[in-house]
Design a binder for this molecule. Structure first.
Ligand code: TMP
Ligand code: ZN
Length: 408
């Protein structure tokens, strides 16, 4: 029987559509001596038959996700740095133009976006539960509080700082399982004509784009225009703009305002029609998705096994949270991939969650190139392939697996 759960947004019935098995917390990078502390849970995605929201069937408690072992730094690529600089510049030019504007970022991570806001001298506050990255943000000169966002923190912030002209989040709003608490918090904190802007993994990229590695414990929701519209309406808001964002393989940025305050852009209706045409909630589409993801697993494992049988030297590039999903779903461990390199200093010398593949620096990778490398940070392919030209010039090959397994 297909497992069911209650929708976190509308209390409708959520039907499981993809099972990714037993998984650890995706960004919990433990040192070798601490692997006994690893916590596992069941990773599966389902779709709500009422509001269409794609979401996890089970979740890890928030408190388990953002501990000392949380090692993700949002500024970890040139592409991301440039992206968040553009986000800040645009908000400064369009929304933060009043006498004493104020912006709040939910989950500001290492402050990559608020850095530009702080340098412009604009009042801001980052809310970040993971202490390690919150400290990095503070060291950059960003004002932060080290906690989770919810209704009670919104009440405190409003009392201390007044209403926010902009509330912003990137890859964070999808991780807040308590949608009611989130939206009541936004309602409390946002000014009468303010906007709530968030950019998040897009259900269409995950399903039809086959980016199943976006599914991990932090991403409780995979939004779409249809599900965000349903969410906005439920809490007295309106979706007034939607934009495509290239980050993480293709996301959508949603702009919400209080209902009736701003005129929705033409992009909202256009994207809504595009979604109706493909109907991501269609059982046949979702079944094909699950079959394709299992094919990817079989093909990737078969390729790595045949390379090992031929005595080829293979490794991984990038240890993003996405790689946790892939390695654990596929059962890829150090026997198939002896190491992975990653540029994040806080990940080096630690183990990939669950698979326990050791993480080394990109320098160690360059010292002795493997012949084949699984590009786990595939969403940064252009940046990485350009940076590692010598690797290819020597005849070595990249392996990617989204939308399907291929050697490039
Ligand atoms: P992200 O896709 O979630 O931003 O994660 C990308 C990961 O890949 C992050 O751990 C940093 C790593 N990375 C490298 O190791 N080298 C690179 O050149 C880039 C762009 C990313
Ligand atoms: Zn629902």
């Amino acid at each position: 029987m297909t497992p069911l759960r209650t929708c976190r947004m509308c209390q409708g019935s959520v039907r499981q559509v993809l099972d990714l098995g037993r998984q650890p917390s995706a960004n919990a990078f433990l040192p070798p001596a601490a692997v006994a502390d690893e916590v596992y849970f069941h990773l599966a995605a389902g779709v709500c038959e009422s509001c269409t929201l794609l979401q996890l069937m089970d979740e890890t408690p928030q408190g388990l996700r953002y501990r000392d072992s949380y090692r993700y730094e949002a500024s970890g690529s040139k592409g991301a740095q440039e992206h968040f600089e553009r986000v800040a510049d645009r908000l400064l030019a369009t929304e933060l133009t009043g006498a004493d504007p104020f912006i709040v970022e939910i989950g500001c991570n290492d402050g990559v976006m608020l850095d530009s806001i702080a340098r412009a001298g604009v009042r801001h506050l980052g809310i970040e539960p993971a202490k390690g990255v919150a400290d990095l943000a503070e060291a950059r000169g960003v004002t932060i509080i080290n906690e989770f966002f919810g209704h009670s923190s919104a009440v405190d912030i409003r009392q201390l700082h007044g209403a926010a002209d902009v509330i912003y989040g990137a890859n964070t709003i999808c991780s807040i399982a308590d949608i009611t608490g989130l939206m009541r918090g936004v309602d409390t904190l946002l000014s009468a004509d303010g906007i709530f802007v968030f950019e998040e993994p897009y259900a269409d990229t995950v399903v039809r784009g086959r980016a199943f590695d976006q599914i991990y414990d932090e991403h409780v929701f995979y939004f779409s225009v249809r599900s965000v519209e349903a969410m906005a309406e439920r809490f007295g808001f309106e979706l007034v703009d939607v934009e495509h964002v290239a980050q993480h393989g293709g996301e959508l940025r949603y702009t919400l305002a209080r209902a009736g305050v701003r005129t929705p852009s033409a992009a909202v209706l256009k994207q809504w029609h595009a979604e109706m045409e493909v109907d991501l909630t269609d059982p046949a589409t979702l079944q094909q998705w699950s079959a394709a993801v299992h094919d990817t697993r079989d093909n990737l494992v078969a390729l790595l096994r045949s390379l090992r049988a031929d005595g080829r030297r293979v490794a991984g590039y990038g240890a993003p949270a996405k790689a946790t999903t892939v390695t654990n779903f596929c059962g890829i461990g150090p026997d198939l991939l002896p190491f992975v390199c990653d540029s994040t200093p806080g990940k080096q010398g630690r183990l990939m969650p669950g698979s326990h593949i050791p993480i080394v620096s990109p320098g160690a990778f360059r010292d002795d190139y493997p012949e084949f490398v699984v590009l786990f940070a595939w969403n940064h392919a252009d940046e990485i392939i350009a940076k590692e030209q010598a690797f290819r010039e020597l005849g070595n090959k990249w392996i990617v697996y989204v939308p399907e397994v291929r050697i490039i």
